[in-house]
Design a protein around this ligand. Structure first.
Ligand code: ATP
Length: 302
């Protein structure tokens, strides 16, 4: 049975598809006004009677809707927590203020973060449920180029969720995911994120932790580790505590990180990487993000 509706059907806001023998009936819901032309993307959901949501690439919020779909999908698969969905909303609000694009300073921060990761003795990429749901493909590409291992670290931690996320990462091509069996508890972290792998975050000199929370960013820096993060909120405790804060949406940041890693893999130059690290200033970087938001608000003020 073809799951794709005809063009005539696109024009309606909802319709029903039947398999040839009518044994399977699928209700399709299309948010009003979403379609102009054909079906560029579709999304399956487990919610009863709601099998697919389709989003047109021409929709002005296409990218944002696709990210939300990925997260809802992650939630339904037990990868993302319900709280993670709310945290994404906070990120979206800041992205709106930032113009939903990578700024010059975010690109600079991404380059500096790449320099730190490539020159680290024991780098690690710490992945939570939101990052896994949104950026597994990008993580796989980045880790293949750089050989950096991944550790799953969760605020709402359970063995089952760790396994689900690990399986999800494996399925997207992330080869080296630490299994989380050799766990040690870090001090000064009042959440399950204190539990880290002896061979991963515990041993690491450079921890790349997108969508981090403030407590852990602080605790990791206090332990003398370099902390790199991606956070759309340049005011968060994580943003101000980390060594390098990429104020950008995580999938955009990961794509840029892949480009820098490819570039440095072709022409690796230790001096250039060291200069990038030494010349990076996170306070200046965050101030540049505040200025972007301020200018945006000033431009619409009456
Ligand atoms: P802190 O403890 O550091 O003050 P917080 O309590 O806001 O921050 P969380 O609730 O863990 O931290 O939220 C994670 C952060 O991730 C939020 O600041 C949010 O802006 C950011 N965020 C959410 N989604 C994305 C995304 N897709 N890309 C980048 N950042 C995001």
């Amino acid at each position: 049975m073809s799951i794709l509706p005809s063009l005539k059907e696109f024009k309606r806001s909802s319709f029903r598809l039947r398999s040839p023998d009518a044994a399977l009936i699928v209700d399709i819901f299309v948010p009003e006004g979403l379609y102009k032309t054909g079906c560029e993307a579709c999304y399956r959901t487990k919610r009863p009677r709601l099998q697919q949501i389709m989003v047109s690439e021409e929709h002005p919020r296409y990218k944002s809707l696709m990210l939300r779909n990925k997260l809802v999908d992650g939630y339904e698969k037990g990868i993302t927590s319900a709280h993670g969905l709310i945290a994404h909303g906070r990120g979206e609000a800041f992205d709106y203020l930032l113009g939903e694009q990578t700024s010059k300073n975010a690109l600079g921060a991404t380059k500096a973060a790449c320099a730190y990761l490539l020159t680290a003795r024991h780098p690690i990429l710490s992945v939570n449920g939101n990052t896994a749901a949104l950026a597994s493909e990008e993580i796989a590409k980045f880790c293949t180029i750089t050989d950096i291992p991944v550790e799953v670290n969760l605020f709402h931690r359970s063995a089952e969720r760790i396994k689900r996320i690990t399986d999800h990462l494996h399925a997207h091509g992330v080869a080296n995911v630490l299994t989380g069996f050799d766990i040690i508890k870090l001090n000064h972290i009042a959440s399950e994120r204190a539990k880290v792998d002896k061979h991963g975050i515990f041993k690491a000199d450079v921890v790349f932790a997108p969508l981090e929370d403030g407590d852990r960013a602080q605790a990791l820096t206090q332990l003398g580790k370099v902390v790199l993060t991606v956070d759309l909120n340049p005011l968060s405790r994580t943003a101000v505590t980390s060594t390098v804060t990429i104020v950008d949406e995580v999938t955009r940041a990961m794509k840029n990180l892949i480009s820098f890693a490819k570039h440095f893999a072709r022409e690796s130059n230790q001096d250039e990487l060291d200069t990038l690290k030494a010349s990076f200033n996170n306070v200046r970087n965050l101030k540049a993000s505040y200025v972007i938001m301020l200018k945006r608000l000033q431009s619409v003020m009456l």
